[in-house]
Design a protein around this ligand. Structure first.
Ligand code: NAP
Length: 296
């Protein structure tokens, strides 16, 4: 079994992006600028946004943060996004989710200009992904694909079973795995909460991407020996033995499943660190206008 070390791969990719930014700026390019919008006082959202801003500063990007109280009106938020869309200094815009219930996530997502949508959630960018056009691949599927690529894992002709069909993980991961490029060309099965007899699919899988959010869901008797297992799940479990009071658990029963696998990602230290690289990659692409040229 080989461990897929997302932490060290992400550090290497981070250095590559840092070099690319330096070269880009040294050759007269504009310093990439990521803008984040944060609504409300959810602790996890604050932590995620702070990490994204820190990543930007460390890598040589400019960043800015708009913060709103949880009772901000949808109109005010939409107006702010429209202003940012028009601001030529800002290359990429993210709105941290979840948003308060009175705000339509769909409206917010669709208001962000596609060329600044570095989270890759706008329907135009999702559509481009589905038909194989260059696009901003959202952070988690980006991380999964980069890990498969980095380890040179064979995907063509393999049966890939994706557990979960969310818009941010399962569905884009399934689309990417079925595209006619490497990593891709897999035969893909998507399983979800209504799938009957789910293990009949996982037992046939050469590659399993688990993204359902149920701790240790995938057991050893559901996995074919030699399979590649990518564990996307992250759930906080109370653990009094930890200083933080919790530990992070994936969707895979790691101790039992790992000995069966050819490759497996740990949690934490697998897909998680790679997602942060996805946002940086997309922001650099936005600054260089790689996806949408000036004329589009
Ligand atoms: P989500 O939106 O809740 O979607 C979960 C998916 O799992 C749904 O499609 C659901 O099916 C399916 N599902 C639920 N119970 C199931 C079951 N018993 N059998 C089969 N499928 C089942 O979750 P998400 O946003 O995709 O995230 C999934 C996990 O990945 C979470 O633990 C999340 O924290 C983690 N995550 C990690 C990262 C990272 O950086 N590593 C990033 C994003 C998410 P239905 O569609 O039928 O409801």
């Amino acid at each position: 079994m080989q461990l897929i070390d997302g932490k060290s791969v992400s550090e290497e990719l981070r250095k590559n992006i840092q070099q690319d930014v330096s070269l880009w700026v040294a050759s007269g390019g504009k310093k990439p600028h990521l803008c984040a919008i944060l609504v409300g006082d959810d602790g996890a959202s604050h932590t995620y946004v702070a990490a994204k801003i820190k990543d930007c500063e460390a890598i040589g990007f400019k960043s800015s943060l708009y913060q709103f109280a949880s009772n901000v009106t949808e109109e005010k938020l939409i107006q702010t996004i429209e202003e940012i869309n028009q601001n030529p200094d800002i290359d990429g815009l993210i709105v941290q989710l979840p948003l308060p219930k009175h705000i339509s996530v769909d409206r917010v997502t669709q208001t962000i200009a596609p060329e600044k949508d570095v989270d890759g959630f706008h329907p135009q960018n999702v559509g481009r992904l589905s038909i194989g056009l260059p696009t901003y691949v959202s952070a988690t599927p980006f991380g999964i694909i980069k890990l498969l690529e980095y380890y040179g894992i064979e995907t063509a002709g393999k049966h890939c079973v994706v557990l979960g069909r969310s818009n941010i993980v399962g569905t884009p991961a399934a689309i990417l795995m079925s595209r006619n490029v490497y990593p891709g060309n897999a035969t893909v099965t998507i399983c979800h909460s209504k799938t009957d007899n789910l293990e009949q699919y996982t037992l046939q899988a050469d590659i399993i991407i688990a993204a359902i959010g149920i701790p240790e869901f995938l057991k050893a008797d559901m996995v074919k020996p030699g399979a590649v297992v990518i564990d996307v799940g992250i759930t906080r479990i109370n653990d009094a033995s930890k200083k933080s009071g919790f530990r992070l658990v994936g969707d895979v029963d790691y101790e039992a499943v790992a000995p069966l696998c050819s490759y497996i990602t740990p949690v934490p230290g697998g897909v998680g660190p790679m997602t942060r690289i996805g946002l940086l990659t997309n922001t650099l692409k936005a600054a260089r206008k790689e996806i949408y040229t000036n004329s589009k």
